[in-house]
Design a protein around this ligand. Structure first.
Ligand code: WT7
Length: 661
């Protein structure tokens, strides 16, 4: 194959087996290139055809792409559809109602399966229930739920009635939840009494109560509570309703609300470079189309045969596109797991794959690295102890996968039989944008390979000029695509500034990542964020958000947060803190560090807890008062500062900041 020739300078290239190259949805490089050429030659025609073939429209669209108000692009706008109809009803109409939609495995190992017909019924009843308490088309509904069938049903029920859901990850604090309730102006919250993870129960409803006690939540009319554990919780009969009681009397059918393709499907908050998370808004039609296409192209989904398992929580975009929408829109069978990969032991994923005959497995590099470590310590949890012969494809997402982890995943989990799709994308892109197609693309560990057909990527410098291949630059997407972010909820100016900056001409999408394109193969390697955004265990965290949380503590005067490379989590949060008094040392420093860590956990959520805290009487600053983060990064790594620090206002504090509290 030509690719192998082109990539010969790379030491390890894995080209598709003959079986893959012959039977995949996209079989061979020629098939990939044909799609790319079609997109190149007739961009709107390319998308229109795919949209007609894949999405079930109530009323077909006549116009494909409206660029008149760029960068607020509109796709298939006069077409009407319903995402929930596409995910449920049409499979029943096609005779697949008895196919299992979800295999739910609880934290304790209990299994429950629901068919498409059963899921449809649950969704219809919940949709009717939402309507009965006054939730209407366009209303925002916050979903704060554990991983489970009800969480997905809640998302689908909102989609069914045209309400806009905003899922908040169950690990976020009351304050983070509150921020999202206020920003969306939500009319209802769907939650559970508690969640169970790793054998422990954790509150959800109590956190909702705490959030609602903060000012500004007057929009919320109803809190719908799914009974997960049945333990006692506080219940306010004026506002709270048990989900099970709400849905029991409801009708089993609910006519879908037919909405414009541009009607918002959901808002999902993600971190940016300011302290305030951004409400990324996606639209029904384009998003659903891309969820379906990437299920076919990247995951090669065979709905009647595959058991698909994406380990992401519904609180993240991966859990939206590849749990709540993509697999269902394809009519596939998928696993939803309530718990954590290390409980009851670190063999849990392998056990789930073996037990349910998973054929496609999609997880994050941080999980793989953690499981590599665990199986080096305890051989009993090593993948070789399990029968993983059902696997045919593996996927990776969330951060660059280091070649060592790639090789282990390939050899130990995939037994050298399964291609690995390293999928690059973002909350804002709605689905994969740069990723291999397993029947076409040769794989190179550490590279997410080539843009998917229709995605016009490029690498440019800071003024928007293309950089030569082999040279690093900013990753951009030059043309709009159907599943792109539509706006930032309530802040269109920030949307324009963040993603279509004037410096780049105002008409290309800036991803926020650095990348390099190989000059022979055209393969992309992502080099990491170019803004003040960290990637901790595949979760996006803004340094400013953590800094704001720290300075909100009464003892803290100033804080700066940087990412430090970490073997397991990719990056770890390292905070440099100046107190309103002299810097503490010894035991006192340790105590205050513990307090600050818990504080951040309370302010944002446990995922934002700094791993390391260092105290000083000041931060390294230039004479104009700018914090020199570059120096902080060097200090966090424990490296020697070799560069000139003569421009530094206060070199003496560098010594203090070497101490970890
Ligand atoms: C950021 C987006 C995409 C769903 C999960 C995260 C990083 C994501 C990869 C990858 C290198 C990756 C980027 C991106 N990222 N996937 N395969 N290789 N980096 O979504 O929270 O919106 O974060 O994750 O830095 O910008 P997100």
């Amino acid at each position: 194959m030509a690719e192998i020739e082109l990539l010969k300078h790379e030491s390890r290239v894995f080209s598709p087996s003959t079986a893959w190259a012959q039977s995949a949805n996209i079989a061979g490089m020629d098939a990939y290139r044909a799609l790319c050429t079609r997109a190149q030659d007739d961009y709107t025609g390319f998308w229109a055809k795919l949209a007609r073939e894949n999405v079930s429209w109530q009323q077909s669209f006549s116009h494909v792409l409206d660029e008149s108000n760029a960068p607020f692009y509109r796709w298939f706008e006069d077409g009407t559809l319903n995402a929930s109809y596409n995910c449920l009803d049409r499979h029943i109409e096609n005779g697949h109602g008895e196919r299992v939609a979800i295999i739910f495995e609880a934290d304790d190992g209990n299994v429950r399966k629901v068919t498409y017909r059963q899921l449809h019924q649950t969704v219809c009843k919940l949709a009717n229930g939402l309507k009965s308490v006054g939730v209407k088309k366009g209303d925002r509904v916050i979903i704060y739920m554990p991983m489970g069938i009800q969480g997905v049903a809640a998302m689908q029920a909102c989609a069914r009635i045209g309400a806009i859901h905003s899922v908040v990850f169950g690990g976020f604090s009351a304050k983070s939840l509150h921020e999202r309730i206020v920003d969306t102006g939500a009319v209802a919250i769907i939650t559970a009494d508690e969640q169970i993870r790793g054998g422990k129960t954790l509150p959800l409803k109590a956190i909702v109560d705490e959030a609602l006690a903060l000012p500004g939540c007057d929009s919320v009319q109803q809190v719908i509570v799914h009974k997960r554990t049945g333990n006692a919780i506080s219940f306010n009969p004026k506002q709270d309703l048990w989900m099970e009681e709400l849905i029991t009397p409801q009708s089993k059918t609910c006519e879908p609300e037919w909405v414009s393709a541009e009607h918002p499907l959901f808002i999902l908050y993600t971190s940016g470079s300011t302290g305030k998370p951004k409400g990324v808004q996606h639209a029904c039609g384009g998003y659903l189309l891309w969820a379906m296409l990437t299920m076919q192209w990247t995951f090669d989904i065979q709905p009647a045969k595959d058991v698909f398992y994406c380990t992401a929580d519904i609180g993240w975009i991966t859990g939206h596109t590849y749990v709540a929408y993509g697999p269902l829109a394809m009519g596939a069978t998928q696993i939803i797991f309530e718990g954590v990969p290390t409980y009851p032991d670190a063999g849990r994923f392998w056990d789930i794959i073996q037990k349910h005959q998973v054929s496609i497995f999609y997880t994050a590099p941080t999980a793989i690295r953690a499981l590599i470590k665990a199986s080096a310590i305890n051989d009993q949890v090593h993948p070789k102890q399990y029968d993983l012969s059902s696997l045919r494809l593996l996927g990776s997402v969330g951060e660059p996968i280091n070649p060592e982890a790639w090789m282990w995943y390939y050899q130990q989990v995939g037994q050298q039989r399964c291609p690995i799709v390293d999928t690059f994308w973002q909350t804002e892109t709605g689905g994969h944008v740069i990723a291999p197609m397993p029947g076409a693309t040769s794989l190179v560990p550490g590279s997410c390979t080539l843009p998917l057909p229709g995605i016009m990527t490029a690498i440019v410098d800071e003024s928007g000029h293309p950089v030569p291949a082999g040279q690093g630059g900013l990753l951009v997407i030059k043309r709009p695509w159907p599943s792109m972010i539509r706006t930032i909820w309530g802040d269109p100016e920030r949307f324009k500034k963040s993603y279509f900056p004037a410096e780049l001409g105002g008409n290309v999408y800036l991803a926020g990542d650095g990348a390099i394109c190989d000059k022979d193969s055209g393969y992309y390697t992502i080099t990491g964020r170019i803004d003040d955004v960290l990637n901790v265990s595949g979760h996006r965290m803004g340094t400013m958000e953590i800094e704001s949380a720290l300075v909100a503590h009464p003892l803290v005067a100033e804080a700066a947060v940087v990412g430090k490379p970490d073997d397991v989590t990719g990056e770890a949060i390292c905070a440099f803190v100046v107190l309103k008094r002299n810097h503490p040392t010894g035991q006192e420093a340790t105590q205050i560090a513990v307090e600050l860590r818990n504080w951040v956990s309370k302010e944002i959520g446990p995922i934002a807890k700094p791993k390391e805290i260092r105290f000083g009487d000041n931060l390294p600053k230039t004479r104009s008062g700018k914090i020199m983060r570059r120096l902080l990064r060097i200090l966090s790594r424990g490296e020697q500062i070799t560069q000139d620090i003569s421009t530094l206002e206060n070199p003496a504090i560098l010594e203090q900041l070497k101490q970890v509290a």
